[in-house]
Design a protein around this ligand. Structure first.
Ligand code: UD1
Length: 423
């Protein structure tokens, strides 16, 4: 397994190009199943999860090809017909977002078999809402041998209320509803920019959706969708991670290809901690870390609140802030595995249930640590950059799932980090 070797203690300075959003590209790729025509997606990040989704499409018998652009990749996908309609366990266990093919497969091909994702490192993560919603649209769903088996000759529009706001749940139901007969109303829908980006793409394909970007989506089903060309939005979590990197190392970074409107909550919190962030043009942000960071409390929430996917990175910064920061995680029940690793580097963190109290500032010192999930790995990289001495981060395959060549981007801005390959 690859590891990162990091020599910390240097402020980062320079320009970083932010990649396209993995969490917007994945549903966009699944949406290609909704039409027999060609789909062209630009600004697709070069990360492992995208490769997993391509393998899944390949498994279904769908052709995709990739071309490298100056920034990101262009993917062409055409789902003329299917060889089979099964998303196998081997792929779903690598990436839970594989569940995103369920809605489109059912809507266009009347049947889908998708492995149940099971638990994951950050909590139980059920898919009950995806299934309940599809049942509401008239699907018959059976759980057999670890698989979801969904069938429906033609889905029928219906009203569905999400008890809990779910990002991929909203995306799955939206993709199912665009080809359903009649009108579907999705209430308490997720408002994340990635959901809105998918809606924008679906409308380009001929879907009729009202309320895009709000928590109430009204979808008028159509008989068929056509191909479309679309540019994936910038990754707001990668943006937030590099803003935090500037803050925690006391450096100055210029981030290019960003969407500032998508990182308002993260910027507000980093500014409260003392990081100076100013826009430069429409799609650039300049972040300058202060001499002394201040503690600021954070509660994760659905968009437009502070994203759970930035909680771990923020915690690394909080260890370097003066005073106590109370971090409250409201989205996932077990998302503090990185805290224990940060403590091994010298942080003072008390976790109790969904709350973590970080007392700062404590000097961090390099240590061997282990990444437990995608965002936890980013947190450890940030801590390692702020620490004195050498940190060896194990299991960085997690970070490769969602960050495009992070070590190369970091080296360009002065970090001393290198990938240690397995013998
Ligand atoms: C997506 C993101 C992930 C992010 C998360 C929350 C993708 C590919 N992944 O994950 O990076 O951390 O949103 O912003 O976009 N829940 C249920 N029943 C369901 C579905 C969800 O109870 O059927 C619960 C979950 O356990 C969790 C909460 O709802 O507590 C939010 O999860 P959800 O928004 O569904 O996360 P994902 O879409 O899996």
């Amino acid at each position: 397994m690859d590891r990162f070797l990091v020599q910390g203690g240097r402020p980062l300075e320079g320009r970083v190009t932010i990649s396209g959003a993995k969490n917007a590209a994945l549903p966009a790729m699944a949406a290609a199943l909704l039409t027999s025509e060609r789909m062209v997606l630009h600004n697709v990040p070069r990360v492992r999860d995208i490769g997993t989704m391509r393998s899944l499409l390949d498994e279904l018998g769908v052709d995709s090809s990739v071309t490298h652009d100056e920034v990101g990749n262009t993917l062409e996908i055409q789902a003329v017909r299917l060889l089979n309609s099964q998303a196998p366990y081997e792929l779903v266990k690598q990436m839970r977002a594989s569940i995103l093919v369920l809605g489109p497969l059912l809507a266009r091909f009347a049947e889908a078999r998708v492995s149940l994702p099971g638990g994951c490192a950050i909590g139980a993560r059920p898919v009950n809402l995806h299934l309940k919603g599809l049942e509401k649209l008239g699907a018959t769903i059976d759980l057999e041998h670890g698989y979801i088996h969904a069938r429906a000759s033609r889905l029928k529009g219906a009203a569905f209320y999400f008890d809990t706001v779910s990002v991929t749940g909203t995306e799955n139901l939206m993709m199912a509803a665009v080809l359903a007969e009649g009108e579907t109303l999705l209430e308490n829908a997720a408002r994340e920019p990635e959901v809105e980006d998918l809606a924008t793409l679906l409308v380009k394909m001929g879907a009729r959706i009202e309320g895009m970007g709000t928590d109430c989506l009204r979808i008028h089903g159509v008989g068929a969708l056509h191909g479309a060309e679309h540019r994936i939005i910038p990754d707001r979590i990668e943006t937030g991670t590099f803003l935090t990197a500037a803050g925690v190392t006391g450096g100055r970074l210029i981030l290019e290809h960003v969407e500032p409107a998508h990182v308002t909550a993260v910027m507000a919190k980093l500014e409260a901690a003392g990081v100076r962030i100013v826009p430069s043009g429409d799609h650039e942000l300049i972040a300058t870390g202060p001499q002394n960071l201040r503690a600021a409390d954070v509660t994760t929430q659905e968009y437009p609140g502070f994203p759970t996917d930035m909680q771990a990175q923020y915690m690394a910064l909080a260890t370097q802030a003066q005073g106590s920061s109370v971090i409250t995680e409201t989205i996932f029940e077990n998302r503090y595995l990185h805290a224990l690793e940060l403590v091994r580097m010298g942080a003072d963190i008390q976790v109790e249930g969904r709350q973590a109290v970080v007392r700062g500032r404590t000097a961090l010192s390099g240590a061997p640590v282990q990444a437990s999930d995608l965002r936890a790995s980013a947190s450890l990289v940030l801590a390692a950059l702020a620490a004195s001495g050498e940190t060896l981060i194990d299991r960085v395959y997690h970070i490769d799932r969602g960050y495009e060549r992070i070590e190369e981007k970091l080296v360009k801005i002065g970090a001393r980090i290198r990938r240690v390959l397995d013998d």
